[in-house]
Design a protein around this ligand. Structure first.
Ligand code: PLP
Length: 228
């Protein structure tokens, strides 16, 4: 298993470059995030040695432990899981990005708890793009309101949108969902020019996401293997 992490990353970078070319995206415009929930710190270290700089984690305590073990590395940490109010302080203190903001209360707390000495916390709003009752995220019609309230918070930097569409193997379906997120960003862009990031695409739908404008893809399985 272990020796395959650098190889998997090299293959992914190749796949990303091919998709950029195939879908007329600018070369190098799609960033790779390694999603490392449930994986030991040693695996992240291997990924970092293979060129990964962006690391995504879903669970706070697990992430904090790994950050400590990897403090000697220069990594950007992205929080991508659901956020409970009692976790906002540690998230504000220990992450560079949060991709899963979907309500004002959480944004407000992150803003208030972001240490003054740190750069503003980068935020993506999570959209429930397929309207699934089981999933986090706000509806497309609620986006503008939250964006408006969020840009007023000085310790946050509103950077873009994130979504986890319904799982399907049909690339046409995958593209349809990602296109909705992409269109939503286009509509917000004139009023909120700092919003340039589309956080979309996982191991099974990465190519569709790149086709529709992803700027950062969040990949776990295709880097580290299947989760237990
Ligand atoms: C687990 C997870 C991923 C990575 O999923 P894979 O299918 O393993 O690539 C991406 N984004 C989020 C929000 C996740 O929770």
């Amino acid at each position: 298993m272990s020796p395959s992490i650098p190889l998997n990353i090299a293959k992914l970078q190749q796949r990303i470059a091919e998709a950029e070319q195939k879908y007329q995206r600018k070369p190098g415009s799609v960033q790779l995030m390694a999603v490392s929930k449930t994986r030991p710190a040693a695996m992240i270290r291997e990924a970092a040695a293979a060129g990964v700089t962006e690391v995504g984690e879903n669970y706070l305590q697990e992430a904090l432990d790994k950050q400590q073990e990897l403090a000697d590395l220069k990594l950007n940490w992205h929080f991508i899981g659901p956020i409970q109010s009692n976790k906002t302080r540690a998230i504000a203190e220990h992450f560079d990005w949060v991709h899963s903001v979907d309500r004002l209360k959480i944004a407000q707390r992150l803003n208030d708890q972001r240490p003054a000495a740190m750069a503003p916390l980068n935020i993506c709003l999570q959209v429930n793009i397929c309207d699934e009752p089981s999933k986090s995220g706000l509806g497309l019609t609620q986006l503008e309101d939250l964006a408006e309230q969020l840009v007023a918070l000085p310790n946050l930097s509103l950077r873009g949108l994130m979504a986890i569409p319904r799982a399907t193997d049909d690339i046409t379906e995958q593209r349809r969902a990602f296109a909705l997120l992409s269109k939503a960003l286009d509509q917000l862009q004139p009023k909120y020019p700092s919003m340039t990031v589309l956080s979309m695409g996982m191991s099974k739908d990465m190519d569709a996401a790149i086709a529709e404008g992803a700027s950062i893809v969040r990949i776990g399985t295709d880097i580290f293997g299947p989760r237990q």
